[in-house]
Design a binder for this molecule. Structure first.
Ligand code: PRP
Length: 211
């Protein structure tokens, strides 16, 4: 195993906050990584290599060891349930997973629940002893109750703006979401020193990080 640390970074809303945190910790992640089209960015002076991935794929890259570590939201971790170590709560990209519906929603038998998170939604309603039909969608989940595809949705709420603009209300919070640092189990043993050092550097700036 080479001694370059391969880091899977999620494209999109988490990236900028993660980049800021890495910078604060003195780790040289390029801040404009997302602006180009390159997917693999070596930073040889730090013996690191950044891999830009779709957020939902980060735990897969880490589980299979093509990335040693990765940054990923707790929402994706819960949904994907991959065999990885969760090392650190980075406290960034804070939001929540919630059950959402129209304000005049009424309980029906076997309601339809639309979501990007079918495993999370199924587990939540199973644990509550409620039978539901889960419908997997890939985005714009808020459409589902508005056009009659589903009775409720399970989705991420950050500012609440999407709900407000579409006349929907949050009914129940399922769990809080922040981004986590995860590691491949073998890498964690083989590259323990460099992974632990990076983890410590990030942890040291968490109390002062206003991201
Ligand atoms: C997410 C989520 C909500 C929205 C919540 O969607 O699915 O729709 O953000 O954010 P808010 O509370 O700040 O409005 P995303 O932007 O990832 O796009 P998507 O609809 O394609 O999933």
């Amino acid at each position: 195993m080479d001694d370059i640390l391969k880091v899977a970074m999620p494209k999109g809303r988490i990236y900028k906050q993660a980049a800021k945190l890495f910078h604060l910790a003195g780790l040289p992640i390029p801040e404009d990584l997302e602006e180009g089209r390159r997917l693999i960015i070596p930073v040889p002076e730090a013996r690191m290599e950044f891999i830009l991935a779709k957020p939902v794929d980060v735990p897969t890259y880490v589980e299979y060891g093509v990335a040693d570590i990765g940054v990923v939201g707790k929402d994706v971790l819960m949904e994907e349930n991959r065999n990885v170590y969760e090392l650190l709560d980075l406290g960034i990209a804070r939001c929540r997973m919630s059950v959402i519906g129209l304000p005049d929603w009424k309980q029906v038998i076997n309601p339809r629940v639309a979501t990007k998170y079918p495993n999370v939604a199924s587990q939540y309603f199973r644990e509550k002893g409620q039978q539901v039909e889960v419908i997997k969608l890939n985005g714009s989940i808020e459409l589902a109750p508005l056009i009659g595809l589903a009775d409720r949705i399970v989705d991420m709420v950050e500012t609440g703006q999407t709900l407000m603009e579409n006349g929907l209300v949050e009914q129940e919070e399922i769990f809080q979401i922040t981004s986590r640092l995860i590691a491949n189990r073998v890498s964690y043993r083989m590259k323990n020193e460099s992974i632990q050092r990076l983890c410590d550097m990030l942890q040291a700036v968490l109390p002062v990080a206003k991201v």
